[in-house]
Ligand binder design. Structure first.
Ligand SMILES: CC(C)(COP(=O)(O)OP(=O)(O)OC[C@H]1O[C@@H](n2cnc3c(N)ncnc32)[C@H](O)[C@@H]1OP(=O)(O)O)[C@@H](O)C(=O)NCCC(=O)NCCS
Length: 322
């Protein structure tokens, strides 16, 4: 096994950076390694150079945060650095080592846990290794670079539809519509509704609705709110901005149209409005999550100019990793 010096890590990162740039120009440049629960896992390569590194981090998500609504309460996350053109063998070896580690952790057997690997969506080379180890593709982080056009289909001008910035007086309806997404995504494993969720949504939106300029919009007709878009501005999107290149990154956190109003172009009109605002505010990239098998959101977002950047593969509970 090669000695894990900063130089070895740098060499691996350099090779991974070149690979990622070739795969997808929106992927970030890998720097250093995250803090792990132990020394990095190493897949042996030729000439003493590792064929891959893996760092396991344990994340215990507090019950009083909305993050616990969007995933398991305890997450064991494996960060992979795979420098070779074909990553499958190294990914396979690192996942096998990681599994050994997780079987030694009693807490990984608890129900509300997940073993998580964030994988560059366009890296087809190691996907079979992820599947072989029992991981399922749960969610996608999709990206839209600024200015990317949405196909014009004339739906912008829906008679009577008004799209407006939401304000403090909209707290009840914003909470109601946001809870609609939480409930809908639960059927696909995208969300895990908790007892605290509604109260937390309300508290977060109360603060966000006071912000000006507004980053929350409502689509309404005849005074009835029918659709909601909530965006995290760059200052609160820092938690996810590192998943793409440096620049001004916003995060489209919530998008919802009432079930009886879907399929008529309200969602597209709302997103067009939001994109015009984001482009005017100098946002370079907008990121969002969608549940991989949500049949409404995946096609909708691809039509709206987004494409997969990262795929999140999970085994739930974590001990079901094979
Ligand atoms: C995703 C969602 C916001 C889309 O909103 P929407 O108002 O239904 O979206 P649109 O009507 O603009 O577009 C949806 C479909 O209707 C079609 N459509 C657009 N204008 C239309 C019109 N005038 N008449 C009929 N259909 C129309 C669109 O072409 C699109 O169809 P296609 O992509 O299958 O070809 C909505 O389905 C929703 O709230 N889903 C549940 C929550 C959710 O999944 N949120 C996203 C989480 S990431």
């Amino acid at each position: 096994m090669p000695w894990m010096t900063p130089d070895v890590v740098n060499d691996v990162n350099k090779a991974v950076a070149a690979r990622w740039l070739g795969l997808d120009p929106l992927l970030p440049e890998p720097i250093g390694l995250p803090e792990g629960c132990m020394a990095p896992l190493v897949a042996a390569g030729e000439n003493g150079c590792p064929a891959g590194l893996g760092v396991c981090s344990h994340q215990y998500v507090p019950a009083d945060t909305l993050a616990q609504t969007w995933g398991a309460a305890a997450r064991f996350v494996l960060t992979l650095r795979l420098p070779e053109p074909d990553t499958r063998a190294a990914a396979d070896e690192l996942l096998a080592q990681w599994r050994e580690h997780l079987t030694e952790l009693p807490e990984a057997a608890a129900q509300d846990t997940a073993a998580v690997v964030n994988w560059p969506s366009r890296d087809a080379s190691g996907v079979l290794a992820l599947q072989r180890h029992g991981l399922q593709p749960i969610a996608v982080i999709a990206a839209r670079p600024a200015g990317r056009p949405v196909p014009a289909d004339g739906t912008d001008a829906i008679p009577g539809l008004v799209i407006r910035a939401a304000g403090p007086g909209d707290l009840d309806v914003v909470t109601e519509l946001e809870m609609g997404v939480v409930r809908y995504d639960a059927d696909f494993g995208g969300s895990i509704p908790r007892q605290a969720t509604e109260g937390l949504v309300r508290a977060e939106r109360e603060a966000a609705l006071a912000r000006r300029p507004a980053w929350i919009w409502l689509a309404e007709a005849g005074g009835r709110p029918m659709g909601l878009a909530v965006v995290d501005p760059p200052e609160t999107a820092a938690w996810i901005a590192g998943m793409t290149r440096p620049g001004l990154t916003a995060y489209l956190y919530i998008m919802f149209v009432r079930p009886d109003e879907r399929g008529g172009g309200i969602g597209a009109a709302l997103v067009r409005h939001v994109h015009r605002e984001l482009d005017a505010r100098g946002i370079d990239v907008t990121l969002l999550h969608y549940a991989q098998v949500n049949p409404l959101s995946a096609p909708f977002w691809h039509r709206m100019g987004y494409r997969p950047l990262w795929s999140s593969w999970e085994a739930r509970p974590a001990a079901t990793l094979r």
